[in-house]
Design a protein around this ligand. Structure first.
Ligand code: NAI
Length: 424
């Protein structure tokens, strides 16, 4: 059984580094700070055990400590073998009420053993990013479901998985689709993924964006952010899509839209953001120029067919930290970042989304957990939208923290907006 991280890595420097990173994040997370003050007073989570599987870095650590400050016992592990910051995991494990099992660079078995260690705490609430924890509980420990109040899911792919489970009648407790709230998706997926993916690629490669041709696969929330930020860095952006309205939107935004088999021959940097599999495959590798860089920002490492690339390559070596080169028999080199895993979280220099963005996403997580504790019994098994007033509550805290004032509807305006009698 996996031991808590501080029993695996006991190093005072790690602890101090992790605490410093958490302190910096804390200073820029006014939403969680405000909620923590409430939770400390009201102790809404007393008696609850919150099991979490998330990217364990500084911002997530502040969410975990906020839930613990509200009286919860928190057990946490990673949701990706490469995204954990060990120093933060050690510092988080030292927080009262929190046990962290997350470790960077684990193999598949160790990844699931750490998840089992979290499940061993017998969570009453789950907080997931990608759905692995919910799935493991349903597959291996269904006896726990009776005492689970509900859970929250952070990302698009996790919500898709949960909806598929629900459609098959296999989801046995209520789950909030935190990803689908405006306060999460319109900021985290768009701005967060856009900024942090480009930052990770630039820092890992030390190459410029200006003048590059960047191929963005998928023009959903994440793809829009990546395309917009790449455009803002003076790159030429090509978008690939399979959904006609999204493709048209990209076209009307001024991007070049074409199929991947054409884009493959033109791109310098490729970034996949589809949440789908096999987006860049063998035929595409054949057409790519020497030196291209491939990165994935979708949740799972299935968007770039690395098996096919490995089979085609006559040689493969680490060209830089976090970047593998695959050499083709004609001498062309194709570079893949972070083993095709989430590029903004899984390269050695990755920091994940900007702190302010995660404050919003995790603010929604925190109020959703509170909703489960207060009203969990009102929700059936299945996927639920987070109540809009909770999302609004988080937006108001953020606006206040930013010192931004807005207008309020007058009674007459309210009445007008809700009536159907007013016409021409
Ligand atoms: P979305 O559903 O809004 O967008 C995905 C887009 O990809 C859709 O427009 C879809 O039509 C398109 N697509 C699907 N298959 C395609 C193919 N073969 N070729 C081209 N386009 C294709 O989803 P969203 O919110 O943009 O999320 C995308 C992925 O990113 C998910 O896996 C999600 O979990 C992940 N994600 C990653 C984050 C990160 O930090 N890197 C943050 C948030 C989400």
């Amino acid at each position: 059984m996996t031991a808590p991280i501080s029993q695996q890595l006991s190093d005072a420097d790690l602890l101090e580094d992790g605490q410093r990173k958490m302190e910096w994040a804390r200073q820029h997370m006014p939403i969680l700070e405000s909620l923590r003050e409430d939770f400390e007073r009201s102790q809404p989570f007393a008696g609850e055990v919150i099991g979490m599987a998330m990217h364990v870095e500084a911002k997530t650590a502040i969410l975990a400590e906020t839930l613990a400050a509200g009286g919860a016992e928190v057990a946490i592990t990673g949701c990706n073998p490469l995204s954990t910051h060990d120093d933060v995991s050690v510092a988080l494990d030292a927080v009262e009420g929190v046990t962290s099992y997350a470790k960077r660079g684990v193999d598949g078995d160790e990844y699931y053993e750490a998840m089992e260690a979290v499940i061993g705490h017998e969570p009453t609430i789950t907080v997931d990013d990608g759905g692995d924890l919910v799935f493991a509980i349903h597959e291996e420990y269904p006896e726990l479901i009776e005492t689970i109040v509900g859970g929250c899911e952070e990302t698009t792919t996790g919500v898709h998985r949960l909806r598929a489970m629900a459609d098959d009648g296999e989801l046995d407790y209520p789950m909030f689709a935190v990803n689908d709230t405006p306060m999460k998706r319109l900021f985290d997926n768009v701005h967060g993924t856009g900024e942090s993916s480009l930052a990770s690629i630039a820092m890992t490669t030390n190459l410029a964006w200006a003048g590059k041709t960047v191929v963005v696969a998928g023009f959903g929330y994440c793809g829009k952010g990546v395309a917009r930020k790449a455009d803002g860095q003076n790159a030429n952006v090509i978008v690939t899509e399979v959904e006609p309205r999204r493709a048209l939107e990209a076209h009307m935004e001024g991007y070049d839209v074409k199929p991947m088999h054409e884009a493959a021959a033109e791109g310098d940097v490729f970034i996949t953001t589809t949440g789908n599999r096999d987006v860049i495959v063998a035929d595409h590798f054949d057409q790519m120029d020497d030196g291209v860089v491939l990165a994935n920002a979708g949740h799972f490492d299935v968007e770039i067919d690395l098996d096919a690339l490995g089979e085609k390559a006559v040689d493969s070596y680490e060209a830089r930290d976090g970047m593998q080169a695959y050499e083709m028999d004609d001498g062309r080199r194709i570079h893949v970042l972070a083993e095709g895993r989430l590029v903004n979280l899984a390269t050695p220099v990755s920091l994940g989304h900007p702190v302010e963005v995660m404050d919003q996403s995790f603010g929604v997580q925190a109020v959703s957990v509170r909703e489960l504790v207060e009203h969990g019994e009102e929700y059936d098994a299945g996927v639920h939208d987070v109540p809009d007033e909770l999302d609004e509550e988080v937006a108001k805290i953020k606006l206040e923290a930013e010192g931004v004032d807005i207008d309020a509807l007058s009674d007459e305006q309210e009445e007008y907006m809700n009536s159907w009698q007013h016409g021409t």
